[in-house]
Ligand binder design. Structure first.
Ligand SMILES: Nc1ncnc2c1ncn2[C@@H]1O[C@H](COP(=O)(O)OP(=O)(O)OP(=O)(O)O)[C@@H](O)[C@H]1O
Ligand SMILES: [Mg+2]
Length: 452
């Protein structure tokens, strides 16, 4: 499409050139006719010799016009059949149209640092109508401006980091490269006189905000995981020293310390299991499970296993399910982990409510049948500001309370990844002092392939 626009522009330009030349041939013939008629009539030349001279001159002019017209015809045929050069594209309107489609900001500066061309993605950085503005008025980053100046003065192409703090913090990798004079000549805004002094440059900004965010999360994750492992490890080492030292001959203390050590080792094991489980689920997150699962069977299995914990916390678990409940499409073990984590949280954090309700009901999401699993407790609830962060790894409302209850802070992160893999939805609703409801929607098996 863009190439057709470029061809059309070239053809229009050639047609204008042709019309111009033909007009000058006609003017020449008319002027020559007038001069010879006047000279002939005043007797300066003989009438016949004037006429002959006029016819010869007019013939030469017409022949020249035909010859240049043919040459031009060849040129036009070549121009329309040859691929357009980058310079021709840049010079035409099609060039900017293409650059406007780029997701990354691209700026071309003339040799004095004024904007010669900027694509649409550069508008948030340079503002509207940036052409002619000096780059330093829009970009207030000393390292970037210095790098641009160095490249303009003959330095090699380079990359520098560039950050924009407002309205939303964004980070860019700015690539600055000189443009060779031939290519620069095609850019409409580059002033040829200035071009001789300093080189025009191209500044391409690559948005690396998301990459930075992921990198920060990775660093946080490693720091958190190491910290969570270090704490029980330090405790274990401490007790080993104590058992070897002053508790060596105290069987009662030994018994107590071994109990604590076993708890700490269990905590480390759980953390490692959770981390492995999380990475396993993440690896398979894009592969949708396709077995047919009876979610009520999963809930009953999990709650049976939780009965001792419920009895210990004096909490009653009540399971209800709609009679016409469809089966879901999923992975039985992973769905078991979802129910386990949500029910475990409800029992641990909501135990003051004395009751946990688990319900299964058919529902619909975007017109498709799903099964809704809700786990409700009547405990202290969760303040609104924590709700969006609950599924972050290691995020806890009360870290000390979670650790004291043996939590790793990974449970809801695992739940979220499993639900994503099942193309389901996870939602939480909570009111401080009244309790919390976690809801999970899992697509029904109706549209599923039978298990392989
Ligand atoms: N039903 C609930 N009532 C109150 N707070 C809750 C509830 N469920 C979760 N939370 C809060 O959310 C935090 C994160 O829960 P999550 O299940 O991810 O981690 P955890 O329970 O601390 O550890 P893990 O589940 O890995 O053993 C918990 O530490 C707790 O503060
Ligand atoms: Mg949990």
């Amino acid at each position: 499409m863009a190439t057709t626009d470029g061809d059309a522009n070239l053809m229009r330009e050639k047609a204008r050139e042709f019309a111009g030349r033909w007009n000058s041939t006609r003017t020449f013939i008319a002027a020559a006719a007038i001069v010879f008629v006047v000279l002939g009539s005043v007797g300066a030349l003989g009438l016949w010799s004037s006429l002959i001279a006029f016819v010869v001159l007019a013939g030469v002019a017409v022949l020249q016009s035909i010859l240049t017209g043919e040459a031009r015809g060849t040129m036009m045929r070549t121009a329309t059949t040859q691929p357009l050069s980058a310079a021709a594209l840049l010079g035409s309107g099609a060039g900017l149209t293409i650059l406007n489609e780029l997701p990354d900001p691209l700026i071309i500066l003339d040799g004095t640092g004024r904007v010669a061309l900027a694509n649409r993605a550069a508008t948030p950085i340079l503002g509207p109508s940036p052409v002619g503005k000096h780059v330093a008025t829009a970009i207030r980053s000393a390292p970037l401006i210095t790098a641009i100046e160095e490249v303009m003065r003959g330095g090699a192409a380079r990359s520098v980091e560039y950050s924009v703090p407002v309205p939303v913090e964004r980070h860019y990798d700015a690539y600055i490269s000189p443009i060779d004079t031939e290519a620069a000549a095609a850019v409409p805004g580059v002033d040829p006189a200035r071009r001789r002094r300093d080189r025009p440059v191209l500044v391409l900004l690559r948005d690396v905000t998301d990459m930075r965010r992921v990198e920060a999360m990775r660093v946080d994750f490693i720091a958190n995981a190491s910290h969570e492992l270090k704490t029980p490890l330090a405790s274990l080492s401490g007790f080993i020293d104590t058992l070897r030292g002053h508790a060596k001959d105290d069987p009662q203390a030994q018994e107590r310390f071994l109990e604590i050590m076993s708890d700490q080792a269990g905590r480390m094991r759980r953390l490692i299991e959770d981390l492995m489980s999380l990475s396993r689920i993440e690896l398979r997150e894009h592969v949708r499970p396709d077995s047919v699962v009876d979610l009520l069977g999963v809930v009953n299995d999990v709650t049976d296993g939780l009965m001792p914990l419920a009895a210990q916390n004096a909490v009653e678990i009540v399971v209800t399910a709609a009679p016409d409940l469809p089966k879901v499409r999923g992975d039985r073990d992973e769905l078991g982990q979802v129910v386990q984590n949500l029910a475990d949280n409800a029992l641990r954090y909501g135990r003051s409510g004395k009751r946990v309700e688990i319900n299964l009901a058919p529902d619909a999401k975007a017109g498709k049948p799903v099964v809704r699993l809700t786990v409700r407790d009547f405990g202290p609830g969760i303040a609104r500001e924590h709700l969006p962060r609950l599924t972050e790894r290691f995020y806890r409302v009360d870290a000390a309370a979670s650790r004291a209850k043996g939590g790793t802070g990974l449970g809801l992160a695992i739940v979220k990844h499993i639900v994503n893999r099942h193309q389901g939805t996870l939602a939480v609703d909570s009111e401080v002092g009244r309790g919390t409801v976690f809801s999970v929607l899992i697509p029904a098996a109706g549209e599923a392939k039978p298990a392989a």
